[in-house]
Design a protein around this ligand. Structure first.
Ligand code: ADP
Ligand code: ZN
Length: 607
């Protein structure tokens, strides 16, 4: 093991393995098959890259997207590891030359799509000394996964052709049936299944509900302003929203672009490229965005609308904080989203499954227990402790006797003959004076103005709670009007009390307590004071990184991760030896960049 740890530091600059990495690596080196399930950012690549370096010959890596392959090859090359991708974008000449080099054993890793692999199986691959086959995004082989690709289904041919070759299948999303299906479809031989915790403790979780469009926009702008210069993705359900939000952010001097399937390919590519290379901070996207990018320093994700399932939500927030540094996620939830998503689910043809998924998502949004526990439970993991890094944990619910409040609302609902929706009801309670109310005679009701002491948004919050507690319900089929339930009647007539939860403002500051948890890595971003020497140093390091990245034609995070820069700013290494101890500095990066970074640090400290 010692030997592998040394190889890890030398080649990639990391001191220790993440959970399960070493076990998967051992298994591959022992020439046995395995299936590894790790969350996004869990460190799947090392699981085959390290064995590739350790074993003689070339590792074949199957990946669905050219962009992902290129990113990986860039990263490996900068660490001095010979790697290449054989793909359909290359000229026939370039391919021929690459094939020759592969037969000569020039590369430790060769990336290709499943189609290319099938084409090369009998030709190139049989002439190469192949050490192992890694199949990334392995859930694509299964119809049960969320991203079935027919090309992947043919990959069973790998084991048929090379029965003795170790195959490692890797994925971040696979429930039980998908897992078994992957093993079956790939014909894995007595595979060991490794499942690492899906917990991502470095992602903070916050849900806000009941904000209208304007309030959401203000909240978003404030959120982004507090995170100046950090990359983030704003997911929207509708294309028009993605475009409108990008325009609004740009009007507020935030560098943002829209990304959705309706835009011309060139425009989409530019947005993605600008984002990866830190030329813009924000992408306002529909779900089409994110698949093909490995950017490790995405610092935040906002959901402008509620996603349709917990799987989707978790995959999307998973795109933040791959480097293990603290990252924030914020989800806006509204009844309007719910209505729309219900309609999609109903129209989907898989009504039951999709409704059930939507229902779980809704309950996640409305919960007042630790959100991470709900997520982990959903993915079949036991979570015994509250996480301390979600809005519920940061601000535990305090309850109060809300019987009178509930009675006022329920009474108003009944007095309108259950013919009003939430907004109208609140207007009645608050005596808004709206002309429409007067026309309908609602200003004559006994409850008109009975709740004028509470602001609109707080009423909304309490009404949501009443729905959740089962005192009232929404008639979705009937203009979303409110109905009083039998339980509600009990409260109304004083036969039962109603405890409500005190309204709390969202987005609380992060807790001061920061540690590495057992379940996963959690590296806090050090809070650097504006104008402090550390901030100056961090800025200079970032600029140097960007200059080098531009010169070498790769994204900045491939030169050094944000994590590495933070460690440099904190440890301030003044010699090559000290620089070598930074996470992410292997032998080759030390040689290539050690001198310039050390010189910069010396220079800034002297100034
Ligand atoms: P995945 O493919 O599972 O999403 P990656 O392989 O891209 O994850 O790794 C995510 C990030 O974690 C990368 O920035 C990688 O360099 C880093 N990483 C991987 N293994 C380790 C480790 N043992 N120590 C520190 N960082 C690591
Ligand atoms: Zn929590």
């Amino acid at each position: 093991m010692q030997e592998l740890t040394l190889l890890l530091k030398k080649s990639f600059g990391f001191d220790s393995f993440r959970p399960l990495q070493d076990e998967v690596i051992r298994r591959v080196i022992d020439k046995k098959d395995s299936l590894a399930l790790m969350p996004t950012g869990g460190g799947k690549s090392i699981c085959y890259q390290l064995p590739a370096l350790y074993l003689p010959g070339t590792a074949i890596v199957v990946s669905p997207l050219i962009a992902l392959m290129k990113d990986q090859v860039n990263g490996l090359t900068l660490n001095g590891i010979p790697a290449a991708t054989l793909n359909s974008m290359m000229t026939e000449d370039a391919r021929r030359q690459l094939r020759r080099q592969c037969v000569e054993g020039k590369y430790k890793l060769l990336y290709m799509s499943p189609e290319t692999l099938m084409n090369e199986l009998e030709g190139l691959l049989s002439r190469m000394d192949v050490s192992l086959v890694a199949i990334d995004e392995a859930h694509c082989v299964s119809r049960w996964g969320h991203d079935f690709r027919p090309e992947y289904a043919q990959l069973s041919a790998v084991k048929e052709h090379f029965p003795g070759l170790p195959v490692v299948a890797l994925t971040a999303t696979a429930d039980k049936i998908t897992r078994l299906d992957i093993i079956d479809k790939l014909k894995l031989d007595d595979p060991q299944i490794f499942i690492s915790s899906f917990d991502r403790p470095n992602l903070s979780l916050t849900v806000r509900r009941g904000l209208d469009k304007k309030e959401k926009l203000t909240a978003i702008v404030n959120f982004i302003r507090r995170r100046k210069g950090q990359s983030g993705i704003l997911y929207c359900m509708k294309r028009a929203d993605a475009e409108a939000l990008a325009a609004r952010l740009r009007a507020g001097s935030i560098r943002a672009a829209a990304y959705h399937a309706g835009l011309p390919a060139a425009e989409r590519e530019r947005a993605q490229d600008d984002f990866i290379n830190d030329r813009i901070e924000v992408v306002c996207a529909t779900i089409a965005f994110g698949m093909g990018i490995d950017k490790s320093n995405v610092r935040w994700i906002i959901h402008y609308n509620m996603p349709g399932s917990i799987e989707n939500y978790y995959q999307e927030i998973g795109r933040a904080g791959r480097d293990g540094l603290d990252s924030d996620t914020l989800l806006f939830y509204s009844l309007a989203d719910l209505v729309l998503l219900r309609r999609f689910a109903e129209e989907s043809g898989q009504n039951d499954v999709n409704m059930e998924k939507l229902d779980r998502m809704q309950r996640y949004c409305e919960t007042d227990i630790c959100r991470r526990r709900i997520l982990l439970n959903y993915f079949g993991e036991e979570a015994e402790h509250d996480c301390g890094n979600c809005d519920v944990c940061r601000n535990p619910p305090q309850r109060f006797d809300g019987s009178i409040l509930v009675q006022k609302a329920l009474s108003a609902i009944l007095r309108t003959d259950e013919r009003v929706g939430m907004n109208m009801l609140i207007d009645i309670l608050r005596a808004s004076g709206r002309a429409e109310l007067r026309q309908l005679g609602y200003d004559k009701l006994k409850t008109y103005g009975a709740g004028r002491d509470l602001p609109f948004n707080i009423w909304k919050e309490y009404l949501y709670q009443m729905l959740q507690l089962g005192y009232a319900e929404i008639d979705y089929a009937n203009a979303r009007t409110l109905k009083v339930t039998p339980l509600g009647r009990k409260v109304l007539f004083g036969e039962a009390g109603a405890m409500l939860t005190v309204y709390r403002e969202a987005e609380q500051p992060r807790p001061a307590k920061k540690e590495k948890t057992e379940r996963g890595v959690r590296q806090p971003i050090r809070i650097v004071e504006a104008g402090s020497p550390e901030e100056t140093l961090m800025d200079s390091l970032r600029q140097l990184r960007l200059r080098i990245a531009q010169k070498e034609g790769v994204p900045a995070y491939i030169i050094f991760s944000d994590d590495a820069l933070h460690e440099m700013a904190h440890k301030k290494p003044l010699t090559p030896e000290a620089f070598a101890t930074i996470r992410g500095v292997g032998d080759v990066k030390l040689q290539r960049y050690g001198a310039v970074f050390v010189a910069l640090i010396c220079h800034v400290l002297k100034a």
